[in-house]
Structures are given as C-alpha cells and as structure tokens.
Ligand binder design. Structure first.
Ligand code: HEM
Length: 445
C-alpha cells in the first residue's frame, strides 16, 4: 500500500508546540491525533471555542441547517468580503437562495457539454506549452502549471476568453496575490480573538481587490448574454419572483466567485494527483491504458472510471478545501454538545476523509475504494470534498469532468519525473497545497 505524505499527528500540546516552532500557519499539522478517532472533539486552545464535527449525523445537523443557525464562519467571510462581497459563496438566507436559483442552471448537464469544448481547447493549448518544456528539458513547477491550466479553463468556460488575453491575465495575477496574502490565517487569531471581531484588511490586499473587480468589470461590460458561455448565462438569469437580473456589481461578485472557487481548488487536486501518478508508475500505467489513443470527447470522459477514481481518491486524501468552517449564531446543541454563540464549528474534509472510524486503512491511497463493487461500503456523508447539503459546490461535475480529462490527456502524452519527491509535504493554506513547489521534469512519451 502507498501512503502519500501527511503531517505526523501528535498529541494536542505537542502539535501546538510544533506549530509554534515552525510558524508556517499549517492548520493540519496543528490537529491533535485524537480528532482522527473521535466522532467529535473540542479544540482546547481557542478563546472562541472550536468544535470539530466528524460524525455523519452531527455533520448533517450543521450542514443542512434549515434554521440558519450555522452560516459560513465570520473569519472566512470577513477575509473574502472586499473581493466577492455578498456573493453566492459567502451570503446566506434569502439572498443566497435567490443567487443559487439564478446560478444553478449555468452549471447543468447540458451546459457542461458546452463547457467541455472550451476545456478541450485549454488542454490542446497546454499540451503545446508542455511540449516546449519537454523539448527544453527545464524543470517546471507542477503547482504553477496546474494553476495556469485551470485558470485558462475558467476564463475560457466563463468568458470565452483564453488566459492569454490581457484582462484575463490581470485578473489571474491579482488573484494569485490575493490568495497568497489572505491565505495566511494567523493561528494566534484563532487562539486569542473573540468571535465576530472585524479585522482590517491590508492596504495591498484591498488594492488587489480593486484591480480584480475593475478587470472583471471590463470583462462584464464587453460581454453579452448571447455569448452562450457561463458569464452569458449568469447575465441572462432572472429572479423568478421579481423578473430582475443581477446588477453589474452583483455580476462582478458572482463571476469573481467562479474564478476564486473554480481554479485554485481544481489546481490543488490536480497537483496532488499528478504528484501521485508520477511517483506510482502502476497508477500512471492504468490511467494510460484506460485513456487509449483515440480522441477523448465528453462521452469518453464519462467512461474513464479508473481515472475518475484516482481523482476522487486524491480529493479524499487532499481535499482542496481542507476545512469548511461555520459559526454558531446563537447558543445551540449539536448532538450532546452545547455550543455558545460565536463557537467555530469545524467541518473538516481533511479529518473526516482520513478518519479511522469510517475508512479502512484511511491514509492509504487506493482509488479502487470507489469502484462499483466497493463504493457501497463507503459510509454516507464521509466523502465530502465538495461539501454537503444545500451549499454543496455548484461546480462539482464541472471539476470532475475537467480533472479527468486533464489527467488522461496529459499522462498519456507525457512522463512526469518529480524532483525531490521525498520532501513533498502538505499544508493547509486557502487550499491544501504542497509546502514547497513540486518541481517536475517533463518528457514526451
Ligand atoms: C476540485 C474542485 C472543487 C472543490 C474541491 C470545490 C469545493 C467546494 C466546497 C467544499 C464548497 C462548499 C463550501 C461550504 O459549504 O462552505 C464549494 C462551494 C462552491 N463552489 Fe466549489 N469546488 C471545486 C470546484 C468548483 C468549480 C470548478 C466551480 C465553478 C466554476 C465552483 C464553484 C463553487 C460555488 C459557486 C460554490 C458556492 C455554492 C453555494 O454556497 O451555494 N467550485 N466548493
């Protein structure tokens, strides 16, 4: 069995001390060993109180939340506020319901077949880039490569514009800066801050947000609903009750979300998947055998079960959204726990998907767990890389199609050799990433 890299889990105090020494803000290294074995656990060192919820029945209470007691966590919405305001990703209640109803259709099955054509074009272009890297023999960063490829998929599917266009590039660069800066959650804030504390943003972050919003605004102004892409659909969407569409500012919010939620996440998962396939030749060989030589259209992607299961197993062990934090808006009960107003409720795909009560051999990489004859044994509610309940990711099918296509296409054409594979370690930033960039040498097969 292959156990891919993970931080060694330690008792609570030792984990806290290790985090204090390293000071890299790595939240997954901070998790005490017991959280992987208990249905729920309090994290003792936080002033606001942090309850980790693993048990599927408790999870459903938090994530279904029909009463609106457990909205998205204030630390999280506060960090994203200057960028995406009150968008679908961060809003709640009636505002969110209206937005979700207007946005859902843009990601339906029929729309996915249309987006697929743009995905293929992005992969075609990227093969060319990798051909050059292979010819020159210069190592490339896997993280950067996947970030660019998935950003290109987003700009092509949302705006019908390749990343190479100037405005798309501007959005991408400013987003990367925003993510690098905002991603660093100071652990001291989790320890000492009271809940709902407003934290001022750094000037440079606010400026990046202004640049992103200006560039997105330019894309919106140049666009028409008739384009037949995701932006076009969202522009054409009307509120059922009032007949109103989104305002220009709202459009900027929502399209910003697609960029934020839709590219780093997929890039993170693909970085891990390529790292694993490159270091485990039998996995790459099975993907290549399944992919064959023929062109891979939409229907063919759906017929690549092993490749898709490699992606799903990667999402299990390296969920891009490491933590899905909520907050209790009032005193409440979760199972036998009483929580105060302001308690952080931590739903952690990273923990639940490596949990000893729910997964046999939890840390082993085994894509065949998802094979039809074994999939039925997965405990419902314990595989949640895309979330759970009403707030589940709108882009889940989109991302799965995209990632399966990219894995099949690039692995059958190239060999990837990871340099310093033994040094690769995960960290939870905005997404689950390798601590240092993963450098690979690319060769044409
Ligand atoms: C592997 C890739 C992806 C992963 C792991 C992922 C994960 C998630 C998760 C966990 C949530 C729920 C967060 C919560 O409940 O707090 C979410 C929400 C969302 N995702 Fe994704 N996502 C991915 C790709 C995408 C893509 C490609 C798009 C769009 C192009 C997208 C758009 C969204 C949106 C709009 C929401 C907010 C939904 C709502 O609150 O109603 N995601 N995603």
């Amino acid at each position: 069995v292959f156990i891919p890299p993970r931080p060694k889990s330690l008792p609570a105090l030792a984990a806290l001390i290790r985090a204090g020494i390293r000071r890299d803000g790595n939240l997954i290294a901070l998790l005490p060993a017991e959280v992987y074995r208990k249905p729920s656990a309090w994290i003792g060192w936080s002033r606001r109180g942090i309850l980790i919820v693993n048990d599927p029945a408790l999870l459903r209470e938090v994530m279904a939340d029909s009463a609106g007691i457990f909205p998205k966590n204030d630390l999280f919405t506060g960090a994203l506020e200057p960028l995406i305001g009150d968008s679908i990703f961060t809003s709640h209640g009636a505002t969110w319901r209206r937005q979700r109803a207007m946005i859902d259709p843009a990601f339906g099955h029929m729309k996915l077949t249309r987006a697929f054509v743009a995905m293929q074009a992005a992969v075609d272009a990227y093969e060319g880039r990798l051909d050059e890297a292979a010819a020159s023999g210069t190592p490339i960063s896997l993280d950067v490569a996947m970030g660019e490829l998935t950003a290109d998929v987003i700009t092509r599917t949302v705006f019908s514009a390749p990343l190479a266009s100037a405005t798309a590039r501007e959005v991408f660069e400013s987003f990367s800066f925003f993510e690098r800066t905002v991603a660093h959650v100071a652990i001291s804030r989790l320890i000492f801050d009271p809940p709902f504390k407003r934290i001022p943003h750094q000037q440079a972050v606010l400026q990046a947000c202004v640049r992103i919003r200006a560039a997105l605004g330019a894309l919106v102004d140049a666009h028409t609903a008739a384009r037949g892409d995701i932006a076009g659909d969202v522009m054409a969407a009307r509120d059922r009750a009032t007949g109103q569409g989104f305002t220009r500012e709202e459009l900027i919010d929502q399209l910003g979300v697609f960029f934020l939620a839709g590219h780093e996440t997929t890039a993170s998962a693909l970085t891990w998947a390529f790292f694993i396939a490159a270091t485990q030749p039998h996995i790459a060989a099975r993907i290549r055998a399944e992919a064959g030589e023929a062109s891979i259209g939409f229907e063919q992607v759906r017929a690549l079960p092993y490749t898709r299961n490699v992606f799903r197993e990667t999402l299990r062990l390296y969920p891009p959204i490491t933590f899905i934090p909520r907050v209790a808006m009032r005193a409440a009960r979760i199972g036998r726990h009483r929580v105060k107003r302001g308690t952080m409720i931590m739903v952690a795909p990273w923990v639940i998907q490596r949990h000893h009560l729910y997964w046999p051999n939890p840390d082993a990489f085994d894509p065949d767990r998802f094979a039809p004859e074994r999939e039925a044994r997965i405990v419902p509610g314990t595989f949640l890389p895309f979330g759970l309940g009403p707030r589940i990711c709108v882009g889940a099918a989109f991302a799965t199609t995209e990632a399966t296509l990219i894995l099949a296409r690039l692995l059958r054409r190239f060999d990837f050799e990871v340099m310093d594979a033994g040094k690769v370690r995960p960290i939870a930033r905005l997404t689950t990433r390798p601590i240092d960039q993963v450098m690979v040498r690319v060769r044409r097969r």
